[in-house]
Design a protein around this ligand. Sequence first.
Ligand SMILES: CC(=O)N[C@H]1[C@@H](OP(=O)(O)OP(=O)(O)OC[C@H]2O[C@@H](n3ccc(=O)[nH]c3=O)[C@H](O)[C@@H]2O)O[C@H](CO)[C@@H](O)[C@@H]1O[C@H](C)C(=O)N[C@@H](C)C(=O)N[C@H](CCC(=O)O)C(=O)O
Ligand SMILES: Nc1ncnc2c1ncn2[C@@H]1O[C@H](COP(=O)(O)OP(=O)(O)OP(=O)(O)O)[C@@H](O)[C@H]1O
Length: 527
Amino acid sequence: MLAGNFKFADLLQAIITLGIELPAAWQHQFAKIDGFTVDSRQVNATTAFIALQGVSAHGSIYIPSAIENGGKLILEDIQQGSTCQAKLIPVSDDTSERGCVVIQIANLASKLVEFFKTLYPQIAKLKQVLAITGTNGKTSVASLYAQMLSHTGRSAATIGTLGCMQYHCDGTTTNVAKTYNTTPDNVSLFGYLAWFADQDVYYVALEASSHGIEQGRTFGLPIDVAVFTNLTQDHLDYHGSMSAYGAAKRKLLNNPRIRSIVINADDPESERWRNAVNSGQQILSFSVDDRNQTQAQGADALYADCIEYLDSGIQFRLNTLSEKHHMTLSLIGQFNVANYLAALGALTMAGIELATLIKYADKLVGVKGRMELIKTHSASIIVDFAHTPDALKQALVAARKHTANQLWIVFGCGGDRDKAKRPEMGKIAASHADKIVLTQDNSRFEHTDKIIDEICQGISNEGNVDSKSVIRIVERQSAIKFALSNAENNDLILVAGKGHEDYLDIQGQKIHYDERAYVKTLAGEFL
Ligand SMILES: CC(=O)N[C@H]1[C@@H](OP(=O)(O)OP(=O)(O)OC[C@H]2O[C@@H](n3ccc(=O)[nH]c3=O)[C@H](O)[C@@H]2O)O[C@H](CO)[C@@H](O)[C@@H]1O[C@H](C)C(=O)N[C@@H](C)C(=O)N[C@H](CCC(=O)O)C(=O)O
Ligand SMILES: Nc1ncnc2c1ncn2[C@@H]1O[C@H](COP(=O)(O)OP(=O)(O)OP(=O)(O)O)[C@@H](O)[C@H]1O
């Protein structure tokens, strides 16, 4: 478990911030504690349990199992108005004074901020904590932010879908911890921030999902800057409506530490963000759309115009009120210019000079498996994670702009999941691609041929694809090889659905399959 270092004396002091003084005789029970978790399954003699109210249950029901796992210290949230107290629960069959100390605190979640501030004073050393929210682009902005820092000789970290990543000054990265949510729970996040501070990593970009914000996972974190990328339809099963989904994201602004906000002027939702800022919060907007640039112009704006799509990147002019720079990024898709501006904006808020940051633009790379371009001397391949209709459309639209000749799409759909999306994705492929190769994805317990039949239903009579341009090759590697072997010079092949994943789920078996590695090897054969 990744968590910051602390001294036992700091832990005792942190407990005092909860309003409890423990009998001195109990303190040795938990002297070996070196971390905290909200999950009883991770509790042991050195990891304390924090039992909080969850979405579907209260963590307190798992206290017996935390004790069974050898837990020595438990902080339990109890009802508002109840008396805070501490008790020593003896370990069964144990006649000595050994046991587990349970501290019951009313409204514990809100008191954890002070608790962790005392436990982890090193967090105060962080120079900038960035929280990025938005339907798309969180991982990409976080990665661009950290890459720019590492190029300027500063270590940085990202916390999100890809795990906890440390970006070293020499340009290498280490995945230091796995994350089970895009935005981990509040207790883990305090631990991660302290751990990074211990490693002298002072810039951290955190992906803040709407679920995470709504559930208080970002509560009380020392966030300096919030970034809003965009809002499109997603997660309505959880939030109920687009307005509730948007409002959940804006709750990030309630964090009193946030001083600056970087918003996407091209998204209509940004107006709500402007209206929601609190006094003392500075706004910087960014735009890649000529129509919004009058609005984006001003002292606190970054905007890109004169955008040109190259076969392996994008050229544009970066504008501030006083500066204009011609830039090249080796990234695919207009949205990556927006992501770049968002990351750049956040870093200028940290006081790093624009002139320093933009020097490294051509060294920035995309997130692995997301619009990742692999070139051969004839056609090129983009590996992307898109596996929903909207994502597939976005990826195809973005890829088209970089295609000098024909655009190919190689994809399939997962089995035992939402079947309605199959014809829909077929329809999108037919409207946006010139050549379609249908193949397997995670077919699970379904027959790939049947899944492909359903995709084909959406392809019929759609767009610019005639039946001769639709090829079915079940085995995924063969499908990709077919596309590359038959592509002409300057064709672009988008291989969608697997991205960074390293397996195919077939008949209940996760077979190792690393599409990025495969495509790179294949491209080598075509060089
Ligand atoms: C619906 C939802 O969001 N649930 C999240 C929530 O779980 P919960 O509060 O429902 O947990 P619970 O089962 O009621 O348990 C209550 C408490 O008991 C603890 N517990 C539970 C079981 C046990 O054996 N022992 C134990 O101690 C839990 O850790 C929790 O603290 O709090 C947990 C800890 O923070 C999250 O891991 C969990 O995410 C679940 C796994 C999930 O899949 N969430 C998705 C919807 C999500 O959050 N996705 C977003 C990204 C969305 C996107 O942009 O794509 C994300 O940030 O990952
Ligand atoms: N700013 C953007 N606007 C629209 N689409 C984007 C943007 N940035 C990236 N994308 C598209 O969305 C996909 C996911 O990008 P990214 O991982 O950065 O987003 P995310 O918000 O972190 O989503 P997730 O949490 O699902 O990974 C990319 O493959 C790309 O096709």
